[in-house]
Design a protein around this ligand. Structure first.
Ligand code: UN1
Length: 465
């Protein structure tokens, strides 16, 4: 696609949005109801495509499509709840209220690791809020994107058959690489750019959006930690660690990357964890008996091996992490997930390697553990495992975790759609999916109505002629 073709597609999206913004929100919800049933119908088929392209195991791929269905259910409810506040006016016979209006064209950029769910978070909110969507998926999962587009077209067709007026081009897939992302970032017709991916990508796009005073929503890298207290239920903790650290082969933005363990339970925890890691079945993601599939690419594999090599040079104890040979004649790079014992939070630990490497470190006091948890550039997901109320409450308090997602006795990954999803610092500050994340997809009008016969001024100002 060249720039002229891109511009034409944006014009089509603008036209669709202009028609869509006048459709009442509950009617927009009717379309999303159809999207939910269409997703349900194609759940297995779409999950198989997700497994094939993103290489995540089938159970997780099915879960990902479920996340999209959940998002639709949320959107249908939301379509009757785009509430604005009514405030008390300081002036007699005046009314002060807010209205939320559609924004325009919403640009969505998504990554390979969640090729359905992340789009669905954005698309459902954008559509319910009266916008159109132009979506640049990861080139690695372009087949899944076109399948989602087919599902969307089917939902539109069914809604039209029910008598609803659905403009075409509410969703346009933009196939391309960095150049397309940059056109979107620079394009004043894109009223919100929602980008999910690496911090590097976010830092490249955000200044371009800011230069045109555009609105950006960024959900970028994480470096998620778990604090394991001496008061933790260790069996529960081990289960949570394994899912969070090796799920999606360590390639979720919410993947558990750092384990901060109380000295008193460090040894028994490590022993149990090593046993659990040794029993992991790594292999074809389409085979339901496997819990860990391959890495997405040779580049991801090389990066993981490079980082583990650096860890060994620092004399850290590295458990696992080795490649599973033979890998010739295939694009699939299988590895055993790694556990690395570190003596301090060095730069390696502070950066996000998108692979299953879990760094372990020790602490004596909770303050120290919270300091370590927060002492990284990223701020997405975090958790503490403890049965001690004071520790749990401290962790979720203002002087606790500085992340967007803060869990107690729940791992760092696998968030539900009902909450707002995203994080602080290098994670970008944006919030997607549930709660009031929809507000980013609308513009707010503050309205004052005078129903009296006088013209009092605010702040009691006298300005009589
Ligand atoms: C991502 O990795 O970009 O909380 C999204 C989770 C999933 C979403 C992850 N619900 O792990």
């Amino acid at each position: 696609m060249n720039k002229t073709e891109y511009d034409k597609l944006i014009q089509r999206s603008i036209k669709a949005q202009k028609a869509w913004q006048d459709v009442p929100a509950p009617q927009r919800g009717e379309l999303i109801k159809h999207l939910a049933t269409t997703f349900k119908y194609y759940q297995q088929e779409l999950a198989a495509d997700v497994t094939q392209e993103s290489k995540k195991i089938i159970a997780e791929a099915t879960g990902e499509v479920q996340e999209a269905i959940d998002m639709c259910d949320f959107g249908v409810g939301l379509s009757r709840q785009l509430y604005g506040l009514t405030m008390s006016s300081e002036r007699q016979d005046h009314r002060l209220q807010e209205m939320w209006h559609p924004l325009g064209v919403v640009g969505v950029i998504s990554a390979f690791n969640f090729p359905v769910a992340v789009w669905a978070w954005n698309h459902v909110l954008a559509i319910i809020c009266g916008n159109s969507v132009v979506w640049k998926p990861s080139p690695k999962t372009i087949g899944v994107a076109y399948k989602c587009k087919d599902i969307w077209d089917t939902a539109c067709f069914r809604a039209i058959k029910d008598g609803y007026n659905i403009p075409k081009d509410l969703l346009i897939v933009l196939e391309g690489h960095t150049d397309v992302a940059e056109w979107m970032a620079d394009d004043q017709h894109i009223k919100l750019l929602s980008a999910t991916g690496s911090t590097e990508m976010g830092k490249a796009l955000a200044p371009r959006v800011a230069a045109r005073l555009g609105r950006g929503l960024y959900e970028l890298g994480g470096n998620n930690a778990m604090i394991v207290s001496e008061h933790a239920n260790i069996d529960l903790t081990v289960r949570a660690i394994v899912f969070s650290a090796v799920g999606t082969c360590g390639q979720r933005c919410t993947t558990l990357r750092r384990l901060i363990v109380n000295k008193k339970v460090y040894k028994p925890l490590l022993a149990k964890l090593k046993r659990a890691y040794n029993s992991l079945s790594v292999g074809s993601p389409s085979d339901p008996k496997n819990l860990v599939g391959p890495l997405i690419s040779k580049a991801a594999f090389d990066k993981m091996q490079e980082v583990l090599g650096l860890c060994r040079m620092k004399a850290y104890a590295v458990h696992g992490g080795d490649p599973i040979w033979p890998m010739e004649n295939t694009d699939d790079y299988y590895v055993n997930p790694a556990i690395v014992e570190v003596d301090n939070q060095c730069n390696l630990v502070k950066s996000e390697t998108f692979a299953p490497i879990l760094y372990l470190m020790k602490y004596d006091y909770l303050d120290e553990a919270i300091y370590l948890q927060n002492d990284v550039p990223q701020g997405l997901s975090s958790c503490i495992f403890t049965d001690n109320l004071q520790e749990a409450e401290t962790f979720i308090s203002a002087h606790g975790s500085d992340c967007g997602i803060v869990n107690v006795n729940v791992g760092t990954s696998g968030a539900e759609i009902g909450g707002a999803f995203g994080g602080e610092k290098d994670t970008g500050g944006g919030r997607e999916s549930g709660s009031d994340a929809w507000k980013s997809y609308m513009r707010r009008s503050t309205i004052t109505i005078n129903y009296g016969s006088d013209l009092p001024l605010a702040q009691g100002i006298n300005f009589d002629l």
